[in-house]
Design a protein around this ligand. Structure first.
Ligand code: NIG
Ligand code: FE
Length: 434
């Protein structure tokens, strides 16, 4: 690309609906139901940054873009932000899903396989193999309209393997168009060799921190009876803080353990899962500005609904909620945020706008990127998804298909007419694997 082409003014024009999803703070309460739609809208951008957003006529009168993408009445939105995935791992656990369908619980399977099964596969895999697999997954995410993805380690569970996963994430960040945010999850579960020495493993996680920190932006821990206690998570996150890492937590997934309250106390950027979040947890997280990341794909996959999830209390209580896939081999095997939108509306009875705001602007806030990502507004990253439907409701109501027409990441077209512009061979090769 010549320098002149690089700095050209570009625009996407004639959106059926231009969903801006913009806000200067995480959306809560009433604002969560407002998508900031401009009918017939346009986005003007230069390099990786949005210059202006408004009705197409006004935009074309005020600016003279040198390159125009005609959305031709299609829905235009910010690219999805997926703030919780376990992207880097090896193998599949589809057999476990069939056991769950037959009535086995996640906790039953955790004792005989579960995370530790994936740890075995992942430890045995080479760095190139892990990289290639994750690359194919990222291709799929991009094809489905996701432009920013968080990726956790957590299937290594010893120093060498955890660092291997973080190095793979770093390499992906440098090579794939998707923007990758790396998280150290050494405290995912206790590995087999430490099963009689949990304190020893917590100590090891703390010792890994110095080498993990330069490779990651966040540190996470699974606060759960199958993972780590409130006290153990506090100890691990305090160590992470000392090394300059930002914080996250997996909380209240298989039962209540006080993780919501810990998330507030530690002022983590986001606390994720929340199936058993208490009223006190909602209140305290809201007070401390913690984003609550909901993972409806997991709720759906596990089939263990013991009670209604307190979504209404969360929204009425002013908690900012976000959505993520939690893409992983054990509890949610989709890379598609479009599938998550549908699942969230169906299971949690979110309205369309709440789900879309949660998957864009609020998801960006869950990654501490709300000021730069997740909405279409001047000064923000030109991450734009164009869909083969005219209205946002159709994107959710017509489920199980990929609506994406085109994707622009940081001002560069990366998917056009449903095809990856780079590495489409790679995506095809991976379609049947993992
Ligand atoms: O977010 N809860 C812990 N971790 C993952 C599942 C990991 C697995 O089963 O492999 C989750 O659901
Ligand atoms: Fe997770």
């Amino acid at each position: 690309m010549t320098e002149r082409q690089e700095h050209q003014l570009k625009a996407v024009v004639n959106a059926g609906e231009l969903v801006t999803a913009h806000a200067d703070a995480p959306k809560t309460g009433e604002a969560l139901s407002d998508l900031g739609i401009i009918k017939g809208g346009a986005v003007v951008y230069r390099d990786d940054t949005i210059v202006a957003v408004g009705p197409t006529k006004e935009m074309l009168a005020a600016y003279k873009p040198e390159q125009i993408v005609d959305a031709d009445g299609r829905l235009v939105m910010p690219g999805f932000v997926d703030p919780h995935t376990h992207l880097v791992h090896m193998g599949s656990r589809h057999e476990e899903y069939e056991c769950k369908i037959a009535g086995k619980s996640y906790a039953d399977l955790h004792k005989v396989g579960g995370i530790r099964y994936t740890v075995g596969m992942t430890r045995a895999a080479g760095e190139d193999e892990l990289y290639e697999k994750a690359l194919r997954d990222l291709d799929i995410m991009l094809l489905y309209g996701t432009t920013t993805v968080e990726a956790k380690s957590g299937y290594g569970l010893n120093k060498d393997s955890e660092l291997k996963l973080l190095r793979v994430a770093k390499r992906l960040k440098e090579t794939h168009p998707i923007e990758l945010v790396s998280t150290f999850l050494g405290a995912h579960t206790v590995p087999e060799e430490f099963k009689d020495d949990k304190a020893g493993y917590v100590k090891l996680v703390r010792e890994m921190m110095a080498e993990a920190a330069p490779l990651a932006e966040f540190c996470d821990a699974w606060c759960d009876s199958l993972g780590f206690s409130v006290e153990e998570c506090r100890e691990i996150l305090n160590e992470a803080k000392k090394h300059g890492l930002k914080l996250k937590l997996h909380v209240e997934q298989t039962g209540w353990s006080g993780g919501g309250e810990l998330a507030a106390e530690m002022q983590v950027a986001s606390a994720d899962h929340l199936d058993f979040l208490s009223r006190a947890g909602i209140e305290q997280m809201h007070k401390k500005g913690v984003i609550g990341v909901l993972l409806p794909g997991v709720t759906y996959h596990l089939m263990e609904f013991k009670k209604e999830i307190a979504i209404k209390d969360m929204i009425d209580g002013g908690l900012a909620i976000a959505l993520a896939t939690d893409y992983n081999p054990g509890t949610c095997r989709t890379q598609s945020m479009q599938a998550i939108l549908e699942t969230a509306c169906r299971l949690y009875r979110l309205n369309y706008a709440q789900a879309i705001n949660a998957a864009t602007i609020n998801a960006a806030y869950a990654l501490d990127r709300g000021r730069s990502h997740g909405s279409l507004a001047p000064g923000k990253r030109a991450d734009i998804a164009i869909f083969n439907c005219a209205e946002h409701g159709i994107l959710i109501n017509n489920f199980g298909i990929n609506h994406v027409h085109s994707v622009i990441k940081s001002g560069r077209m990366v998917v056009e007419n449903g095809q990856l512009l780079q590495a489409s061979e790679r995506a095809r090769a991976g379609a049947g694997k993992g």
